[in-house]
Design a protein around this ligand. Structure first.
Ligand code: F3S
Ligand code: F3S
Length: 112
């Protein structure tokens, strides 16, 4: 799957969302996150991001920082939102649930 990396933090441009055919890019507070279970690996988002924040996960191999973002992106979907009793999981579409307004602790504390 594809991963949104550090350059999205505090930019969160969302141009990627507009081109994703399966609407699997979810908007957090400081960055956005691709749902790996829903992503069909089309790669449309990668070329659309103005700050080139998106990469395919196999290009994280041997890169410690990118590997952290691969792991972190998984952690995002395990977040339980306030007032819910189940994790974000795979909602099946980002537009219908809107901006989630949260980040993982790693991103909340990330020094961009
Ligand atoms: Fe972020 Fe780039 Fe998308 S800045 S929200 S990955 S267009
Ligand atoms: Fe969507 Fe990008 Fe995957 S456009 S399907 S998140 S590769």
């Amino acid at each position: 799957p594809y991963v949104i990396g550090k350059d999205c933090v505090d930019v969160n441009d969302r141009a990627c969302m507009d081109v994703c055919p399966v609407d699997c890019i979810y908007v957090g507070d400081r960055k956005s996150y691709i749902n790996a279970a829903e992503c069909i690996d089309c790669g449309a988002c990668e070329v659309e991001c103005p700050v080139e924040a998106i990469f395919v996960d196999r290009k994280a191999r041997g890169d410690e920082e990118r590997t952290q973002f691969v792991e972190d992106q998984k952690n995002f979907f395990a977040i339980v939102l306030p007032g819910r009793d189940t994790p974000i999981g795979s909602p099946g579409g980002a537009r219908k649930i809107g901006e989630l307004g949260v980040d993982t602790p790693f991103i909340t504390d990330y020094d961009a």
